[in-house]
Structures are given as C-alpha cells and as structure tokens.
Design a protein around this ligand. Structure first.
Ligand code: PEP
Length: 248
C-alpha cells in the first residue's frame, strides 16, 4: 500500500438529529485523528450545511447520494453542483442500500459517479456481493461486473475511492475475516490492473466496509490491499476515532 493514503469514511445513513450531530462533532473534534489518514463523514443531506459549518478542518464531509443531472425536474434529488455550492467535496454513491432498497442499477450508479467526478466531486463508489451470491461462488463475478460498469464511464480515477462492502456484512455484526476481505481486495486490484491500467490499480484506494468496529479494525487495516474503511453503525459512536487510527 505504499503511496496510498489510508482513508476512513463514516456513513451515518438516515441517522442523527441536530443534537446527535453535535455530539458526533464533539468526538471528532476531540480526536485525536491520525493526520496520515484521510477522514470523511457521510451526512444526511439535510444536515450537510450544518455539519460543514461546524466540523474540524481535518474531516471532510460527504453526501450519501446525488443525481446524474445538474438541475431540473427531478423532485427530491440533489446535484453535484449544489453540493459544491455549499462546500461539499465528497459523495458516497452506489451504497448497497441504494442498490437494494431504491433499485439503483450498475448503470445508474456509473452515470452518477461519472457526473459527480465531472463536477469536481470526489467519490466513494460502493460495490459488494450478497450472501446468496457469495454462497453460490459468484463473489468475484459480481464485484468485477460492478467495477466494470464504473470503469466504462470513469475517465480519471484520481478522485475515486472504491468501497468493497459485502452486503452480508453490512449492519449484521458479521465482519468478513481479514483473509476474506484481503482476497477480494487483491482480486479487485488485479482486475483493475487488467481492465484499466496497472497504474490506476496501484494508486486507487479500496476501502473495506461491513461491521467494522474498534475491535476488528487493526487486523483488517493491516492487510496489504485494504486501504481504509467505510463504517456505518460505529461511525455514530466515539469508537469511530479508534477506527480512524487503526493500525495500517
Ligand atoms: C455501511 O453502511 O457502509 C456499513 C458498512 O455499515 P456497518 O458498518 O454498520 O456494517
């Protein structure tokens, strides 16, 4: 992982209130957060401006979604340029909850990723297999297909982070073992090397996500192809600081 800066994202999902957000900001402020690690929190759209105005400068703020068009008749959506307008530089796209609950396809997600990048956002693009897919031996087929859909539309990978999040590990307390995660991360890097370029494969950070906690982050973070985490539940708790500071 020489040269790849460790990157830890928090995904608050649809959680929080002004009061809870204020509590989270307190533990982020107190840290201390390893300055060698890039830290990003994914905030519900309605709190983005509030969080951005209060967050310490060493923590970046991400939206959890945005649309593939700049403006217009798309009720309920927000655009990359609106995010840029309020000083937001990151967006999480393609989370498994967006895919499964809201029916987002590989194609739509790739369009959103490409449009967000064109508009100057940095993107955490999420991929991962379901339990059924893993048990039928399709893990690589699925994550390669999801990656290919992205690769077809990404022109410059500089502002892309991939989050490998096995769906069976998200919010379940069932973490992938460090070996299981490393195996997929390595396979993804080899796949990107072949289908995009060795240089992109070497430089693109791949986060692991799925029930990461203060207790399992060190071992996961020590794997050679794990370049950080995307953290759901634990990102709402002071434990997130420990995850940011995981050994890597
Ligand atoms: C997530 O929402 O991206 C996630 C990994 O959730 P959790 O850490 O709660 O499993």
């Amino acid at each position: 992982k020489m040269g790849r800066k460790f990157v830890v994202g928090g995904n608050w999902k649809m959680n929080g209130s002004k009061q809870q957000v204020t509590e989270i900001l307190k533990f982020l402020e107190a840290g201390p957060l390893n300055s060698e690690t890039e830290v990003i929190v994914g905030v519900p759209a309605i709190y983005l401006d509030f969080v951005k105005s209060k967050i310490p400068p060493n923590v970046e703020v991400a939206a959890q979604n945005c649309y593939k068009v700049e403006k217009g008749a798309f009720t309920g959506e927000i655009s990359p340029s609106m995010l840029r307008d309020i000083g937001i530089n990151w967006v999480i796209l393609g989370h498994s909850e967006r895919r499964q609950i809201f029916g987002e396809t590989d194609e739509l997600i790739a369009d959103k990723v490409a449009f967000a990048l064109q508009n100057g956002l940095k993107v955490i693009a999420c991929i991962g297999e379901t339990l059924e897919e893993r048990e039928s031996g399709k893990t690589e087929e699925v994550v390669f297909r999801q990656t290919k859909a992205l690769a077809n539309k990404i022109e410059n990978w500089k502002n892309v982070v991939i989050a490998y999040e096995p769906v069976w590990a998200i919010g379940t307390g069932k973490t992938a073992t460090p070996q299981q995660a490393q195996q997929v991360h390595k396979a993804l890097r080899d796949y990107i090397s072949k289908t995009v370029s060795p240089d992109v494969a070497e430089n693109t950070r791949i986060q692991y996500g799925g029930s990461v906690t203060g207790a399992n982050c060190d071992e996961l973070g020590s794997q050679p192809d794990i370049d950080g985490f995307l953290v759901g539940g634990a990102s709402l708790k002071p434990e997130f600081v420990k995850i940011v500071n995981a050994r890597h």
